[in-house]
Design a protein around this ligand. Structure first.
Ligand SMILES: [Zn+2]
Length: 173
């Protein structure tokens, strides 16, 4: 969590207002519109819970789901306004907060990953091995000096492992 804590709490507040807003907007509806909206709202609650759990767990995909949730909420509020002449403070709050939530999610999706994986300490050191041998060595190793120069190859540790060569004691010590 860490620096994401603020965004997480913030999005919870945004989400709460949006869902309350939509609930209040469909409360006085009847018939098919009410049933449809209720189903839609249940779906929004479902995916927002999933996205919040993912955001809490620092999974970036959570912000993509949140982005979709907010977009759907924004569209629904607009639909209710246009088709059903919804008005009032809840319509305003829903539109406003879902737009904010949408923008925050977009920013979060685009933001560079804050916690980059710790770079692996890569050994760029080159080792030597014999074309005919089964082990790889450090350059200065006595065994390495005995390798016939015509068979001697320079090799990285990754390459040596791919060739299934074993490290000499000079490497492991
Ligand atoms: Zn060696």
């Amino acid at each position: 969590m860490g620096s994401n804590r603020f965004s997480f709490v913030f999005m919870n507040v945004v989400l709460l207002v949006v869902l309350l807003g939509l609930t209040s907007l469909i409360f006085d509806k009847t018939g098919l519109l009410f049933k449809g909206e209720l189903l839609f709202l249940a779906f929004l609650i479902f995916i927002s819970v999933i996205s919040m759990a993912m955001i809490f767990g620092d999974m970036r995909i959570g912000w993509t789901i949140m982005y979709l949730t907010m977009l759907l909420a924004l569209c629904d509020a607009t639909y209710l306004y246009l088709k059903d002449a919804a008005t009032g403070k809840w319509l305003f709050a829903t539109l406003f907060f879902s737009a904010i939530g949408f923008l925050v999610s977009v920013m979060k999706i685009r933001a560079p990953k804050r916690r980059l994986p710790k770079p692996r300490v890569v050994e760029f050191e080159n080792f030597v091995a014999s074309n005919k041998g089964k082990k790889y060595h450090k350059e200065g190793c006595d065994w390495a000096k005995k390798i016939n120069p015509s068979n001697k190859i320079t090799i990285t540790e990754d390459e040596a492992k791919k060739k299934k060569l074993k490290p000499c004691y000079c490497v492991t010590k």
